[in-house]
Design a binder for this molecule. Structure first.
Ligand code: THU
Length: 138
């Protein structure tokens, strides 16, 4: 699976975005260690608070199917229409990634298109993150 293919999956997932309140459409595609891909879109709610980001939708779909090892995630987000910006994951989604991923290895791809993207390690977007390792007594 190339980065371009993963971005393409995220672009397709974005088409399913349920975002009648913000009209900000996000799609994500999560590549698992076993090669499977789980996609997600943002899902909003009239009560606002229960809304879920595309990245967490993808993670929770995977974890709920027993998958716990991940390689990278592609994210495409922009106001309705063409993707005109790089959409970085919100703080809550970065923390969810921290729960399941090695911050030195997990890659976050923010894309405007299959050939226009940037790649970061989780460590760069969540430096000194708090994770499951902190709860273990050294
Ligand atoms: N959103 C995401 O899906 N991912 C992010 O990382 C940032 C924000 C969604 C949540 C909400 O539905 C809309 O974008 C506007 O905040």
């Amino acid at each position: 699976m190339t980065d371009g293919q993963l971005i393409d999956e995220a672009l397709r997932a974005r088409e399913l975005s349920y975002s009648p309140y913000s009209s900000y459409q996000v799609g994500a595609a999560l590549l698992c260690a076993d090669g499977k891909v789980f996609t997600g879109c943002n899902i909003e709610n009239a009560a606002y608070g229960p809304s879920n980001c595309a990245e967490r939708t993808a993670f929770f779909k995977a974890v709920s199917e027993g998958i716990l090892e991940f390689k990278k995630i592609a994210i495409v987000g922009s106001p309705k229409g063409e993707v005109t910006q790089y959409a970085f994951p919100c703080g809550v989604c970065r923390q969810v990634m921290m729960e399941f991923c090695n911050p030195k290895e997990f890659q976050i791809i923010v894309a405007k298109g299959t050939e226009d993207y940037k790649v970061f390690y989780l460590q760069e977007l969540l430096p000194e993150g708090f994770g499951p390792g902190n709860l273990k007594q050294l």
